[in-house]
Design a protein around this ligand. Structure first.
Ligand code: UD1
Ligand code: CA
Length: 455
Protein backbone atom coordinates (compact mmCIF):
# COMPACT_ATOMS: atom_id res chain seq x y z
CA UNK A 1 0.00 0.00 0.00
CA UNK A 2 1.22 3.52 -0.83
CA UNK A 3 2.02 6.06 1.86
CA UNK A 4 -0.51 8.44 3.29
CA UNK A 5 -0.78 11.63 5.30
CA UNK A 6 -1.71 11.34 8.97
CA UNK A 7 -3.49 14.33 10.47
CA UNK A 8 -3.46 14.18 14.25
CA UNK A 9 -5.86 16.46 16.13
CA UNK A 10 -4.27 17.35 19.44
CA UNK A 11 -5.25 20.94 20.25
CA UNK A 12 -7.85 20.26 22.92
CA UNK A 13 -7.31 21.26 26.54
CA UNK A 14 -8.62 18.18 28.24
CA UNK A 15 -10.51 20.03 30.99
CA UNK A 16 -11.44 16.81 32.78
CA UNK A 17 -7.80 15.89 33.33
CA UNK A 18 -7.72 18.77 35.88
CA UNK A 19 -4.14 19.40 34.94
CA UNK A 20 -1.67 22.14 34.15
CA UNK A 21 -0.38 19.94 31.33
CA UNK A 22 -2.13 19.78 27.97
CA UNK A 23 -3.98 16.48 27.75
CA UNK A 24 -1.80 14.91 25.07
CA UNK A 25 1.30 15.43 27.26
CA UNK A 26 0.06 12.92 29.82
CA UNK A 27 1.78 9.55 29.62
CA UNK A 28 0.75 5.96 29.08
CA UNK A 29 3.44 3.33 29.57
CA UNK A 30 5.96 6.14 29.92
CA UNK A 31 5.26 7.77 26.56
CA UNK A 32 3.10 10.86 25.97
CA UNK A 33 -0.28 10.34 24.32
CA UNK A 34 0.71 12.43 21.31
CA UNK A 35 3.93 10.47 20.92
CA UNK A 36 2.04 7.16 20.94
CA UNK A 37 -0.28 8.34 18.19
CA UNK A 38 2.51 9.72 15.98
CA UNK A 39 4.60 6.56 16.48
CA UNK A 40 1.60 4.44 15.44
CA UNK A 41 0.84 6.65 12.42
CA UNK A 42 4.43 6.33 11.21
CA UNK A 43 4.42 2.58 11.91
CA UNK A 44 1.32 2.29 9.70
CA UNK A 45 3.26 3.86 6.81
CA UNK A 46 2.53 7.59 7.06
CA UNK A 47 4.71 9.55 4.62
CA UNK A 48 3.75 12.79 6.26
CA UNK A 49 2.45 13.45 9.73
CA UNK A 50 0.69 16.74 10.51
CA UNK A 51 -0.15 17.45 14.14
CA UNK A 52 -2.64 20.19 15.08
CA UNK A 53 -1.69 21.63 18.47
CA UNK A 54 -3.29 24.36 20.54
CA UNK A 55 -3.49 24.25 24.34
CA UNK A 56 0.02 24.36 25.78
CA UNK A 57 1.42 24.10 22.26
CA UNK A 58 4.94 25.10 23.31
CA UNK A 59 5.23 21.89 25.35
CA UNK A 60 3.71 19.75 22.61
CA UNK A 61 5.93 21.29 19.93
CA UNK A 62 8.98 20.54 22.10
CA UNK A 63 7.80 16.95 22.62
CA UNK A 64 7.50 16.44 18.86
CA UNK A 65 10.84 18.12 18.00
CA UNK A 66 12.68 14.83 17.53
CA UNK A 67 9.94 13.33 15.38
CA UNK A 68 9.53 13.79 11.68
CA UNK A 69 6.22 15.71 11.84
CA UNK A 70 4.77 19.05 10.73
CA UNK A 71 3.09 21.04 13.47
CA UNK A 72 0.18 23.43 12.87
CA UNK A 73 -1.08 25.69 15.63
CA UNK A 74 -4.83 26.09 16.15
CA UNK A 75 -4.94 29.15 18.40
CA UNK A 76 -8.68 28.94 19.09
CA UNK A 77 -10.29 25.50 19.40
CA UNK A 78 -13.47 25.92 17.38
CA UNK A 79 -14.07 22.21 16.83
CA UNK A 80 -12.67 19.16 15.07
CA UNK A 81 -13.73 20.51 11.65
CA UNK A 82 -11.97 23.78 12.39
CA UNK A 83 -8.82 21.88 13.40
CA UNK A 84 -8.74 20.22 9.98
CA UNK A 85 -9.43 23.54 8.23
CA UNK A 86 -6.45 25.10 10.02
CA UNK A 87 -4.23 22.30 8.67
CA UNK A 88 -5.68 22.34 5.16
CA UNK A 89 -2.70 24.02 3.49
CA UNK A 90 -0.41 21.29 4.88
CA UNK A 91 -2.50 18.51 3.37
CA UNK A 92 -1.81 17.05 -0.07
CA UNK A 93 -4.30 17.41 -2.95
CA UNK A 94 -4.12 13.71 -3.82
CA UNK A 95 -3.88 10.48 -1.84
CA UNK A 96 -5.25 9.45 1.55
CA UNK A 97 -5.53 11.62 4.63
CA UNK A 98 -6.09 9.61 7.81
CA UNK A 99 -7.48 11.76 10.64
CA UNK A 100 -6.47 10.56 14.13
CA UNK A 101 -7.03 11.96 17.62
CA UNK A 102 -4.11 12.82 19.85
CA UNK A 103 -5.86 11.33 22.86
CA UNK A 104 -6.36 7.73 21.61
CA UNK A 105 -3.05 6.03 22.38
CA UNK A 106 -4.39 2.48 22.04
CA UNK A 107 -5.18 2.59 18.32
CA UNK A 108 -2.90 0.13 16.53
CA UNK A 109 -1.04 0.41 13.26
CA UNK A 110 -2.79 -2.71 11.98
CA UNK A 111 -6.20 -1.07 12.42
CA UNK A 112 -5.04 1.96 10.42
CA UNK A 113 -3.72 -0.40 7.74
CA UNK A 114 -7.03 -2.35 7.67
CA UNK A 115 -9.01 0.90 7.48
CA UNK A 116 -6.92 2.03 4.52
CA UNK A 117 -7.21 -1.39 2.91
CA UNK A 118 -10.98 -1.24 3.04
CA UNK A 119 -10.92 2.38 1.81
CA UNK A 120 -8.81 1.41 -1.21
CA UNK A 121 -10.92 -1.67 -2.01
CA UNK A 122 -14.22 0.22 -2.03
CA UNK A 123 -12.99 3.43 -3.66
CA UNK A 124 -14.96 5.45 -1.10
CA UNK A 125 -14.39 9.17 -0.60
CA UNK A 126 -14.22 8.55 3.13
CA UNK A 127 -14.10 5.42 5.30
CA UNK A 128 -15.03 5.90 8.94
CA UNK A 129 -13.57 3.72 11.69
CA UNK A 130 -16.50 2.65 13.83
CA UNK A 131 -17.15 0.27 16.69
CA UNK A 132 -20.16 -0.95 18.67
CA UNK A 133 -20.45 -0.04 22.32
CA UNK A 134 -22.92 -1.32 24.92
CA UNK A 135 -22.97 2.18 26.31
CA UNK A 136 -22.45 4.64 23.43
CA UNK A 137 -23.14 7.70 25.62
CA UNK A 138 -21.10 10.74 24.65
CA UNK A 139 -19.95 9.48 21.27
CA UNK A 140 -21.13 10.54 17.81
CA UNK A 141 -23.63 7.95 16.47
CA UNK A 142 -23.47 6.49 12.97
CA UNK A 143 -26.83 7.16 11.33
CA UNK A 144 -27.74 4.87 8.40
CA UNK A 145 -30.58 5.19 5.90
CA UNK A 146 -33.06 2.45 4.97
CA UNK A 147 -30.52 1.06 2.46
CA UNK A 148 -27.95 0.63 5.25
CA UNK A 149 -25.74 3.40 3.89
CA UNK A 150 -24.34 6.00 6.27
CA UNK A 151 -26.14 9.31 5.94
CA UNK A 152 -24.54 11.28 8.76
CA UNK A 153 -22.90 11.23 12.18
CA UNK A 154 -24.84 12.89 14.97
CA UNK A 155 -23.26 14.10 18.22
CA UNK A 156 -24.79 13.14 21.58
CA UNK A 157 -25.88 16.72 22.22
CA UNK A 158 -27.63 16.98 18.85
CA UNK A 159 -29.13 13.48 18.73
CA UNK A 160 -32.83 12.62 18.81
CA UNK A 161 -34.02 9.96 21.29
CA UNK A 162 -34.11 7.42 18.44
CA UNK A 163 -30.55 8.30 17.34
CA UNK A 164 -29.31 7.95 20.93
CA UNK A 165 -30.25 4.25 20.87
CA UNK A 166 -27.73 3.56 18.08
CA UNK A 167 -24.76 1.60 19.43
CA UNK A 168 -22.49 1.99 16.40
CA UNK A 169 -20.28 4.97 17.16
CA UNK A 170 -17.78 7.19 15.40
CA UNK A 171 -14.26 6.55 16.67
CA UNK A 172 -13.07 9.93 15.42
CA UNK A 173 -10.68 8.18 13.02
CA UNK A 174 -11.32 8.44 9.30
CA UNK A 175 -9.55 7.72 6.05
CA UNK A 176 -10.37 10.46 3.52
CA UNK A 177 -9.49 10.88 -0.11
CA UNK A 178 -7.82 14.31 0.05
CA UNK A 179 -9.81 15.95 -2.75
CA UNK A 180 -13.40 15.37 -1.53
CA UNK A 181 -12.27 16.21 2.05
CA UNK A 182 -10.96 19.60 0.93
CA UNK A 183 -14.12 20.29 -1.08
CA UNK A 184 -16.39 19.36 1.86
CA UNK A 185 -14.42 21.57 4.30
CA UNK A 186 -15.57 24.63 2.30
CA UNK A 187 -19.16 23.94 3.36
CA UNK A 188 -18.66 23.53 7.14
CA UNK A 189 -20.65 25.79 9.45
CA UNK A 190 -21.03 25.87 13.23
CA UNK A 191 -24.80 25.57 13.24
CA UNK A 192 -25.21 23.00 16.07
CA UNK A 193 -25.71 22.59 19.82
CA UNK A 194 -22.04 23.29 20.63
CA UNK A 195 -21.57 26.12 18.06
CA UNK A 196 -18.51 24.27 16.80
CA UNK A 197 -17.22 23.29 13.37
CA UNK A 198 -17.81 19.51 13.47
CA UNK A 199 -15.57 17.41 11.27
CA UNK A 200 -18.44 14.91 11.20
CA UNK A 201 -20.46 17.39 9.11
CA UNK A 202 -18.20 16.73 6.12
CA UNK A 203 -19.99 13.36 5.77
CA UNK A 204 -23.32 14.74 4.39
CA UNK A 205 -21.31 17.27 2.33
CA UNK A 206 -19.37 14.43 0.72
CA UNK A 207 -22.61 12.58 -0.02
CA UNK A 208 -24.12 15.70 -1.65
CA UNK A 209 -20.97 15.94 -3.74
CA UNK A 210 -21.59 12.38 -5.02
CA UNK A 211 -18.93 10.68 -2.88
CA UNK A 212 -19.28 7.23 -1.27
CA UNK A 213 -19.13 6.98 2.53
CA UNK A 214 -17.89 3.67 3.86
CA UNK A 215 -17.08 2.30 7.28
CA UNK A 216 -14.71 -0.20 8.83
CA UNK A 217 -15.75 -1.63 12.17
CA UNK A 218 -13.19 -2.68 14.74
CA UNK A 219 -14.33 -5.34 17.23
CA UNK A 220 -11.77 -4.31 19.80
CA UNK A 221 -13.41 -1.16 21.10
CA UNK A 222 -10.58 -0.60 23.57
CA UNK A 223 -8.52 0.62 20.59
CA UNK A 224 -10.58 3.75 20.23
CA UNK A 225 -10.64 4.61 23.95
CA UNK A 226 -10.16 8.36 24.14
CA UNK A 227 -8.50 9.64 27.30
CA UNK A 228 -10.62 12.34 28.93
CA UNK A 229 -9.78 11.93 32.61
CA UNK A 230 -7.25 10.19 34.83
CA UNK A 231 -9.45 7.16 35.36
CA UNK A 232 -9.32 6.49 31.62
CA UNK A 233 -5.61 7.27 31.68
CA UNK A 234 -5.08 4.46 34.20
CA UNK A 235 -7.32 2.16 32.16
CA UNK A 236 -5.25 2.83 29.04
CA UNK A 237 -2.04 2.34 31.05
CA UNK A 238 -3.18 -1.13 32.07
CA UNK A 239 -4.21 -2.13 28.54
CA UNK A 240 -1.04 -0.74 26.95
CA UNK A 241 1.21 -2.43 29.52
CA UNK A 242 -0.58 -5.74 29.02
CA UNK A 243 -0.11 -5.46 25.26
CA UNK A 244 3.59 -4.72 25.62
CA UNK A 245 4.26 -7.52 28.10
CA UNK A 246 2.16 -10.04 26.15
CA UNK A 247 4.08 -9.32 22.97
CA UNK A 248 7.37 -9.79 24.82
CA UNK A 249 6.19 -13.02 26.49
CA UNK A 250 5.11 -14.38 23.09
CA UNK A 251 8.55 -13.57 21.74
CA UNK A 252 10.25 -15.63 24.47
CA UNK A 253 10.74 -13.33 27.45
CA UNK A 254 9.62 -14.59 30.88
CA UNK A 255 7.77 -11.95 32.86
CA UNK A 256 6.96 -13.30 36.29
CA UNK A 257 4.20 -10.79 37.06
CA UNK A 258 3.20 -8.62 34.07
CA UNK A 259 0.97 -6.38 36.20
CA UNK A 260 3.99 -5.30 38.23
CA UNK A 261 6.41 -4.88 35.34
CA UNK A 262 6.77 -1.55 33.54
CA UNK A 263 8.18 -1.74 30.06
CA UNK A 264 8.04 1.00 27.47
CA UNK A 265 6.81 0.26 24.01
CA UNK A 266 10.12 0.84 22.24
CA UNK A 267 12.18 -1.47 24.47
CA UNK A 268 13.63 -4.61 22.88
CA UNK A 269 14.35 -7.69 25.00
CA UNK A 270 15.98 -10.96 23.95
CA UNK A 271 14.78 -14.55 24.38
CA UNK A 272 15.00 -16.35 27.71
CA UNK A 273 15.48 -13.19 29.67
CA UNK A 274 13.60 -13.40 32.97
CA UNK A 275 12.05 -10.30 34.47
CA UNK A 276 10.93 -10.28 38.10
CA UNK A 277 8.28 -7.91 39.49
CA UNK A 278 9.23 -4.30 40.08
CA UNK A 279 11.45 -3.85 37.05
CA UNK A 280 10.99 -0.70 34.92
CA UNK A 281 12.53 -0.57 31.45
CA UNK A 282 12.28 2.84 29.86
CA UNK A 283 13.01 4.50 26.55
CA UNK A 284 14.51 2.65 23.64
CA UNK A 285 16.44 0.23 25.84
CA UNK A 286 17.81 -2.97 24.33
CA UNK A 287 18.38 -5.99 26.57
CA UNK A 288 20.01 -9.18 25.33
CA UNK A 289 19.22 -12.85 25.79
CA UNK A 290 19.13 -14.89 28.97
CA UNK A 291 19.45 -11.98 31.36
CA UNK A 292 17.87 -12.04 34.81
CA UNK A 293 16.48 -8.73 36.08
CA UNK A 294 15.32 -8.62 39.68
CA UNK A 295 14.08 -6.34 42.39
CA UNK A 296 13.07 -2.78 42.10
CA UNK A 297 15.31 -1.92 39.15
CA UNK A 298 15.12 0.89 36.62
CA UNK A 299 16.78 0.73 33.22
CA UNK A 300 16.55 3.79 31.00
CA UNK A 301 17.95 4.11 27.47
CA UNK A 302 20.53 1.37 28.03
CA UNK A 303 22.02 -1.25 25.79
CA UNK A 304 22.61 -4.44 27.77
CA UNK A 305 24.26 -7.57 26.38
CA UNK A 306 23.43 -11.25 26.92
CA UNK A 307 23.61 -13.30 30.16
CA UNK A 308 23.60 -10.31 32.50
CA UNK A 309 22.25 -10.31 36.04
CA UNK A 310 20.80 -7.21 37.59
CA UNK A 311 19.37 -6.80 41.05
CA UNK A 312 17.69 -3.74 42.59
CA UNK A 313 19.73 -1.21 40.64
CA UNK A 314 19.35 1.87 38.47
CA UNK A 315 21.02 2.04 35.04
CA UNK A 316 20.77 5.20 32.95
CA UNK A 317 21.89 5.83 29.34
CA UNK A 318 24.77 3.37 29.44
CA UNK A 319 26.20 0.40 27.55
CA UNK A 320 26.62 -2.89 29.36
CA UNK A 321 28.48 -5.86 27.85
CA UNK A 322 27.75 -9.61 28.11
CA UNK A 323 27.83 -11.61 31.34
CA UNK A 324 27.84 -8.55 33.59
CA UNK A 325 26.59 -8.76 37.19
CA UNK A 326 25.19 -5.59 38.68
CA UNK A 327 23.82 -4.89 42.16
CA UNK A 328 22.18 -5.07 44.50
CA UNK A 329 21.88 -1.31 44.92
CA UNK A 330 24.18 -0.15 42.16
CA UNK A 331 23.73 3.13 40.31
CA UNK A 332 25.15 3.29 36.80
CA UNK A 333 24.81 6.86 35.57
CA UNK A 334 24.79 8.20 32.00
CA UNK A 335 27.74 7.78 29.70
CA UNK A 336 29.08 4.59 31.22
CA UNK A 337 30.50 1.73 29.16
CA UNK A 338 30.74 -1.49 31.09
CA UNK A 339 32.73 -4.27 29.35
CA UNK A 340 32.05 -8.01 29.29
CA UNK A 341 32.05 -10.12 32.47
CA UNK A 342 32.37 -7.10 34.73
CA UNK A 343 31.05 -7.12 38.28
CA UNK A 344 29.51 -3.94 39.64
CA UNK A 345 28.52 -4.90 43.15
CA UNK A 346 26.53 -3.52 46.05
CA UNK A 347 26.33 0.23 46.75
CA UNK A 348 28.53 1.11 43.79
CA UNK A 349 28.06 4.25 41.70
CA UNK A 350 29.57 4.48 38.25
CA UNK A 351 29.36 7.72 36.28
CA UNK A 352 30.56 8.54 32.77
CA UNK A 353 33.25 5.87 33.01
CA UNK A 354 34.60 2.93 31.06
CA UNK A 355 35.14 -0.31 32.90
CA UNK A 356 37.17 -2.84 30.91
CA UNK A 357 36.37 -6.53 30.39
CA UNK A 358 36.62 -8.73 33.46
CA UNK A 359 37.14 -5.87 35.92
CA UNK A 360 35.47 -5.84 39.32
CA UNK A 361 34.08 -3.02 41.44
CA UNK A 362 32.45 -5.24 44.03
CA UNK A 363 31.49 -3.00 46.98
CA UNK A 364 30.79 0.54 48.14
CA UNK A 365 32.71 2.53 45.52
CA UNK A 366 32.33 5.70 43.48
CA UNK A 367 33.91 5.56 40.04
CA UNK A 368 33.27 8.80 38.17
CA UNK A 369 34.92 10.12 34.99
CA UNK A 370 37.31 7.17 34.93
CA UNK A 371 38.79 4.87 32.31
CA UNK A 372 39.37 1.55 33.98
CA UNK A 373 41.25 -1.09 31.99
CA UNK A 374 40.68 -4.85 31.82
CA UNK A 375 41.10 -7.23 34.74
CA UNK A 376 41.25 -4.45 37.30
CA UNK A 377 40.14 -5.05 40.87
CA UNK A 378 38.83 -2.03 42.74
CA UNK A 379 38.68 -2.66 46.48
CA UNK A 380 35.75 -1.82 48.71
CA UNK A 381 35.24 1.85 49.51
CA UNK A 382 37.47 3.18 46.72
CA UNK A 383 36.58 6.64 45.44
CA UNK A 384 37.67 8.61 42.43
CA UNK A 385 37.91 12.21 43.57
CA UNK A 386 36.96 13.62 40.19
CA UNK A 387 35.86 17.10 41.24
CA UNK A 388 38.19 19.76 42.59
CA UNK A 389 35.37 22.14 43.40
CA UNK A 390 35.57 23.82 39.99
CA UNK A 391 36.28 21.22 37.31
CA UNK A 392 35.87 17.50 36.75
CA UNK A 393 38.98 15.45 35.99
CA UNK A 394 39.56 11.92 34.72
CA UNK A 395 41.18 8.97 36.42
CA UNK A 396 42.88 6.40 34.21
CA UNK A 397 43.67 2.94 35.55
CA UNK A 398 45.71 0.51 33.43
CA UNK A 399 44.92 -3.18 32.85
CA UNK A 400 45.30 -5.70 35.66
CA UNK A 401 45.92 -3.14 38.36
CA UNK A 402 44.86 -3.71 41.95
CA UNK A 403 43.38 -0.82 43.89
CA UNK A 404 43.41 -1.53 47.63
CA UNK A 405 40.31 -0.94 49.68
CA UNK A 406 39.31 2.52 50.82
CA UNK A 407 41.64 4.35 48.47
CA UNK A 408 41.03 7.90 47.25
CA UNK A 409 42.21 8.40 43.67
CA UNK A 410 42.61 12.15 43.28
CA UNK A 411 42.12 13.13 39.63
CA UNK A 412 43.61 13.99 37.24
CA UNK A 413 45.48 10.75 37.77
CA UNK A 414 47.04 7.95 35.74
CA UNK A 415 47.66 4.60 37.38
CA UNK A 416 49.71 2.39 35.03
CA UNK A 417 49.15 -1.28 34.17
CA UNK A 418 49.89 -4.05 36.66
CA UNK A 419 50.29 -1.57 39.48
CA UNK A 420 49.14 -1.72 43.09
CA UNK A 421 47.65 0.85 45.40
CA UNK A 422 47.95 0.06 49.09
CA UNK A 423 44.71 0.00 51.05
CA UNK A 424 43.67 3.31 52.59
CA UNK A 425 45.89 5.45 50.34
CA UNK A 426 45.13 8.93 49.03
CA UNK A 427 46.83 8.89 45.63
CA UNK A 428 47.40 12.25 43.93
CA UNK A 429 50.51 11.53 41.80
CA UNK A 430 50.63 9.28 38.73
CA UNK A 431 51.72 5.71 39.43
CA UNK A 432 53.96 4.02 36.82
CA UNK A 433 53.21 0.52 35.51
CA UNK A 434 54.13 -2.30 37.80
CA UNK A 435 54.65 -0.05 40.87
CA UNK A 436 53.14 -0.15 44.34
CA UNK A 437 51.97 3.20 45.68
CA UNK A 438 50.94 3.61 49.26
CA UNK A 439 50.30 6.70 51.37
CA UNK A 440 49.78 5.58 54.89
CA UNK A 441 51.01 6.82 58.23
CA UNK A 442 53.25 4.27 59.93
CA UNK A 443 51.29 2.33 62.47
CA UNK A 444 51.94 3.04 66.14
CA UNK A 445 51.35 0.14 68.50
CA UNK A 446 51.30 0.81 72.22
CA UNK A 447 51.77 -2.38 74.14
CA UNK A 448 50.07 -3.11 77.46
CA UNK A 449 47.69 -0.25 76.74
CA UNK A 450 44.73 -2.10 78.29
CA UNK A 451 46.45 -2.50 81.61
CA UNK A 452 47.57 1.16 81.62
CA UNK A 453 44.12 2.51 81.09
CA UNK A 454 42.77 0.54 84.07
CA UNK A 455 45.02 2.46 86.52
C1 UD1 B 1 -15.42 13.52 18.44
C2 UD1 B 1 -16.43 13.28 17.34
C3 UD1 B 1 -17.40 12.19 17.77
C4 UD1 B 1 -16.62 10.94 18.10
C5 UD1 B 1 -15.56 11.22 19.15
C6 UD1 B 1 -14.66 10.02 19.32
C7 UD1 B 1 -16.77 15.48 16.28
C8 UD1 B 1 -17.67 16.64 16.15
N1 UD1 B 1 -17.15 14.50 17.12
O1 UD1 B 1 -16.15 14.01 19.56
O2 UD1 B 1 -18.30 11.94 16.73
O3 UD1 B 1 -17.51 9.94 18.56
O4 UD1 B 1 -14.71 12.32 18.73
O5 UD1 B 1 -13.80 10.20 20.39
O6 UD1 B 1 -15.75 15.42 15.65
N2 UD1 B 1 -9.60 18.89 18.75
C9 UD1 B 1 -8.79 19.85 18.21
N3 UD1 B 1 -9.30 21.09 18.00
C10 UD1 B 1 -10.58 21.43 18.30
C11 UD1 B 1 -11.38 20.42 18.87
C12 UD1 B 1 -10.88 19.16 19.08
O7 UD1 B 1 -7.63 19.61 17.92
O8 UD1 B 1 -10.97 22.58 18.06
C13 UD1 B 1 -9.03 17.55 18.99
C14 UD1 B 1 -9.03 17.16 20.46
O9 UD1 B 1 -7.82 17.55 21.07
C15 UD1 B 1 -9.19 15.67 20.40
C16 UD1 B 1 -9.96 15.43 19.11
O10 UD1 B 1 -9.85 16.60 18.35
O11 UD1 B 1 -7.94 15.01 20.30
C17 UD1 B 1 -11.42 15.11 19.38
O12 UD1 B 1 -12.03 16.24 19.98
P1 UD1 B 1 -13.08 16.10 21.13
O13 UD1 B 1 -13.49 17.46 21.57
O14 UD1 B 1 -12.59 15.16 22.16
O15 UD1 B 1 -14.30 15.45 20.32
P2 UD1 B 1 -15.49 14.67 20.89
O16 UD1 B 1 -16.49 15.61 21.43
O17 UD1 B 1 -15.02 13.59 21.78
CA1 CA C 1 -13.01 13.04 22.95
Amino acid sequence: MSGYTALILAAGKGTRMKSELPKVMHRVAGETLVSHVTTTALEAGAEQCVVVVGHGFDLVVKELEQKNVDVVIQHEQLGTGHAVMVAEDNLPDEGDVVVLCGDTPLLTASTIINLRGQHAATGAAVTILTTELDNPFGYGRIVRGGDGRISKIVEEKDATEAEKTVCEINSGVYCFAAKPLKRALQELTCDNAQMEYYLTDVIPAIIRDGGEVGSYMTRDSSEILGINDRVQLALAEGIMRRRITEELMRSGVTIIDPALTFIHRLAKIGKDTIIYPGVTIEGASVIGRACVLRGSSRIMDCHIGDDCELEASVLLSSQIGDGVKIGPYAYVRPGSHIGNHVKIGDYVEIKNSRIGNGSKVPHLSYVGDADVGEGVNIGAGTITCNYDGVKKHRTIIGDNSFIGSNSSLIAPLVVGENSYIGAGSAISKDVPSGALAVTRNPQRTLENYHNRSKK
